[in-house]
Design a binder for this molecule. Structure first.
Ligand SMILES: *Cc1c(COP(=O)(O)O)cnc(C)c1O
Length: 420
């Protein structure tokens, strides 16, 4: 890619050479004043893949025509519905197909896996997480700790940025882990911090946690479909994510989880079970005694959520065709272009909170506008650009590489340049 410039010729050339540009046609865009919008909110809710309708419709047909037999017949028998997501999800998350499954939603899965992995003793009971974690994660950990009769105040250690900083350093995180080594039971970090857009050093955190005999687990809500992972090779213990952000699975889509094979294949590993985690061959025998499957689906509990998984399958076909490596390469170029253009606006009073090192971020940049934040958000909407606004003045812009172009990023810059 040639060096970035503010000339329109740059984005014209960049889009012309973009090997992923045709994937834009695979999605529906919201409209603003009858015009197709530019969508930078894939970090909150990804766009609808056009194929979603077809695949949901085919399951509606199977229900209509096969009724109960739909569990065994049709193009995708429901009995194995979670299986169809595994091959591509394994590539997206960097793990083995038997280490991944889909079920429930993110926070529910986080609770279930914490119940499996958090084994506090009088000596080792502390949990480390980042300060300002997504509220649902905070509530999950707070209530988990109380469930075990512990006091959140002296059990949960929150890592704060150094004074005057908005993001954490890896050194900061590793130091906190070492500091609490003797009492540490578990480290739960987000992969990408939802507010700052910071991507944490997952392998380094995992290694440090393991050195202290603690569990290393991650909430990958903002990572899944955004940044390629190597969860298995990094020896991460478990991870959970939702499928409605960069994975475009639709509102309330089935969540995903990864459990390292050393636990996934161990049917004696503790868990809260249900019939869908039981071996399929014996499931309908309705016998006594839970026999978990020897893979991540051994954590499945309830009947597979067919309609909630169907749209995800449509989206995963796109990820399979595009490939995570190409997605990440474009993402780095696209977000780098956004950062470059923003740096050409020194008269605007704002700060890019997200780290400038591409290895420490995904698609999203979080911009803190000291003034006009809300006005900028509304001006963007008026001009058909959807971004996310949060008090006090933070605009999150996430150019998702599957459906955002270099021209889209330039349009955002032009509105800022010409109006503020
Ligand atoms: C989006 C998000 C969630 C959402 O959890 P649900 O249970 O799917 O509602 C949780 N944690 C993080 C870090 C998120 O970004």
């Amino acid at each position: 890619m040639p060096p970035y410039t503010t000339e329109p010729d740059f984005f014209v050339q960049a889009d012309a050479h973009d090997i992923l540009s045709s994937f834009k046609n695979e999605f529906y865009f919201p409209t603003i004043q009858n015009q197709s919008a530019i969508y930078f909110c894939g970090n909150s809710l990804g766009l609808q893949p056009k194929k979603a309708e077809h695949i949901i419709h085919s399951e509606l047909n199977s229900w209509r025509n096969n009724a109960i037999e739909g569990f065994f017949h049709g193009s995708h028998p429901w009995l194995y519905y979670q299986e169809y997501a595994k091959p591509t999800l394994a590539k997206v998350m960097g793990c083995l197909p038997h280490e991944v499954t889909v079920m429930n939603t993110l926070t529910v899965n986080l609770h279930l896996l914490l119940m499996s992995f958090y084994k506090p003793t009088s000596k080792k009971f502390k949990i480390i997480m980042e300060a300002g974690a997504f509220p649902s994660d905070q509530y999950a950990v707070e209530t988990l700790v109380k469930h075990f009769g512990l006091n959140p105040e002296n059990t949960i250690i929150e890592i704060e940025p150094e004074p005057g900083k908005k993001t954490l350093t890896t050194e900061n995180i590793l130091q906190t882990i070492h500091q609490h080594a003797h009492e540490l039971a578990l480290v739960l970090m987000s992969g990408i911090q939802y507010y700052t857009g910071q991507l944490f050093d997952i392998p380094a955190i995992t290694e440090a946690a393991h050195k202290c005999g603690a569990v290393a687990c991650f909430d990958l809500a903002h990572v899944a479909g955004n940044v390629p992972m190597q969860l298995h090779n990094w020896d991460v213990d478990f991870a959970v994510w939702c499928s409605y952000k960069y994975l475009n699975g639709g509102p309330g889509a089935v969540g995903g989880l990864y459990v390292h094979e050393k636990y996934a294949t161990d049917t004696t590993f503790p868990r809260l079970g249900g019939w869908w985690g039981n071996d399929e061959k014996e499931r309908f025998k309705m016998g006594k005694g839970f026999k978990p499957k020897a893979n991540a689906s051994g954590w499945n509990i309830s009947t597979t959520q067919v309609m909630n998984t169907a749209a995800l399958l449509a989206s995963l076909e796109i990820f399979e065709a595009a490939g995570m490596e190409a997605i990440r390469n474009k993402s780095i170029a696209l977000t780098g272009y956004l950062e470059f253009l923003l740096q050409q606006l020194p008269h605007l009073s704002f700060e890019i909170i997200t780290p400038s090192n591409p290895n420490e971020r995904g698609a999203q940049l979080s911009l803190f506008f000291k003034e006009n934040g809300e006005a900028i958000y509304h001006k963007m909407l008026e001009n058909g650009i959807i971004v996310d606004y949060r008090e006090p003045g933070v605009i999150r812009v996430a150019p998702a590489p599957l459906y955002c172009s270099f021209a889209d990023v330039f349009a955002f810059y032009e509105i800022l340049k010409n109006n503020f």
